[in-house]
Design a protein around this ligand. Structure first.
Ligand code: NDP
Length: 247
């Protein structure tokens, strides 16, 4: 996969899956901008790792629920990059609870980051991609958005929303040579899943035919493919990377 000369923005690229995606794109030759909310040191470290691949790395503080922050992020990208070729909407959070106990704030915060954030970031770059007449947008959904999960109604609804958004935007911008796809990861070993108890993790593994958790690099590999010309006839798809969880 050759991404030489391509420019990418990866939201939530300071750790976990987003970090692996940013490094994967850099490894294949793309310049990469990431954002972070609070941990500047972690983001600066990722930038160093990106630049070790001989490409340009940038990091900016940006909350994806805030359109002013997103404008600053896109402005910085435009100052440094001629084109924005790849957008990976990866930033996401969980606030798990059973419906009976779920607070309205828990519902709203998850919707704001996971779904409104995807809308705002995509809206902020789509005009530029349309003018360029090319672009790749990859939205990180979840297997839970496909099959649901008790205790995650807010998260599942937000990730199912990302799938509907992906398919709709794919139809809207296909004529401009912009490809929009979603990835539905299963259980990936990151900070997000580290909070689960060993009992819950063991039970989860029982439901994974490949009998292991995924690694952030398992997602990054597909993002690199979907960012490359090798995927030029794929749009509006949801691709599971879940060890067979949703078979
Ligand atoms: P982590 O919790 O490890 O990392 C989340 C990332 O999102 C961090 O970089 C964080 O930045 C960023 N982020 C959170 N809120 C915001 C915000 N408001 N604005 C900007 N950035 C924000 O999560 P994962 O790496 O595990 O998950 C990445 C994506 O993959 C998420 O969308 C998640 O829902 C999805 N996913 C994860 C799965 C898993 O098993 N881990 C399974 C399926 C989907 P900061 O460090 O600054 O807070």
């Amino acid at each position: 996969m050759n991404l030489k000369g391509k420019n990418a923005i990866v939201t939530g690229g300071s750790r976990g899956i987003g970090k692996a995606i940013a490094l994967g794109l850099a490894e294949h030759g793309a310049n990469v901008m990431i954002n972070y909310t609070s941990n500047k040191e972690a983001a600066d470290e990722v930038v160093k790792e990106i630049e070790a691949y001989g490409v340009k790395g940038l990091a900016i503080q940006c909350n994806v629920t805030n359109s002013d922050d997103i404008k600053k992020m896109v402005d910085l990208a435009e100052e440094n990059f001629d084109t924005i070729d790849i957008l990976v909407n990866n930033a996401g959070i969980t606030k798990d609870n059973l419906l009976l106990r779920m607070k309205e704030e828990e519902w709203q915060q998850v919707m704001d980051v996971n779904l409104k954030g995807v809308f705002l970031c995509t809206k902020a770059i789509i005009r530029k991609m349309m003018k360029q007449k090319q672009g790749k947008i990859i939205n990180i959904s979840s297997v839970v958005g496909v099959v649901g999960n008790a205790g995650q109604a807010n998260y599942a609804a937000s990730k199912a929303g990302v799938i509907g958004f992906t398919k709709s935007i794919a139809r809207e911008v296909a004529s401009k040579n912009i490809h929009v796809n979603a990835i539905a990861p299963g259980f990936i070993d990151t900070d997000m899943t580290a909070v689960l108890t060993e009992d819950v993790k063991s039970a989860l593994i029982e439901g994974i035919p490949l009998k292991r958790y995924g690694k952030p690099e398992d997602i990054a590999a597909l993002v690199a493919f979907l960012s490359s010309d090798l995927s030029n006839y794929i749009t509006g798809q949801v691709i599971n990377v879940d060890g067979g969880m949703a078979i």
